[in-house]
Every structure is written in structure tokens, then in C-alpha cells.
Unconditional design. Structure first.
Length: 61
């Protein structure tokens, strides 16, 4: 799923787990939220690498 969907889904699961006392659901929500954050960080690194590659190409011209 998309990074924003995973983060939102994770927050909802955490809240539901906390409300119902379901520790497993809360942990699952924490994992989903972390997954979304990691995917966002990976996207940021990919963008930075792409920008750096373009900058190098432009500098060589």
C-alpha cells in the first residue's frame, strides 16, 4: 500500500487496539505506521539520488 495509507491505517489500528485493550492490534498498527514512514524515507532517498544524478549530468555538460 502507499506510504500515507499505511501510516493512517497504522494509527487507526493503534487507536482501536488501545481502546479495546488489544495489544496485538496496537502492535500491528505500530508496524504499519513504521512501514509507511520507512517507505516515505526510501522515496526521499530515491528523489535525492535522482536529483544528484541530474546535477552531475548538468555539471559535466
Amino acid at each position: 500500500m502507499g506510504k500515507n495509507i499505511d501510516k493512517t491505517k497504522g494509527k487507526i489500528k493503534q487507536a482501536a487496539g488501545a481502546l479495546t485493550g488489544d495489544a496485538a492490534l496496537k502492535r500491528e498498527g505500530e508496524r504499519d505506521e513504521r512501514k509507511g514512514k520507512i517507505e516515505g524515507a526510501i522515496d526521499g532517498v530515491k528523489r535525492a539520488a535522482k536529483d544528484a544524478k541530474k546535477a552531475v549530468k548538468d555539471a559535466v555538460k
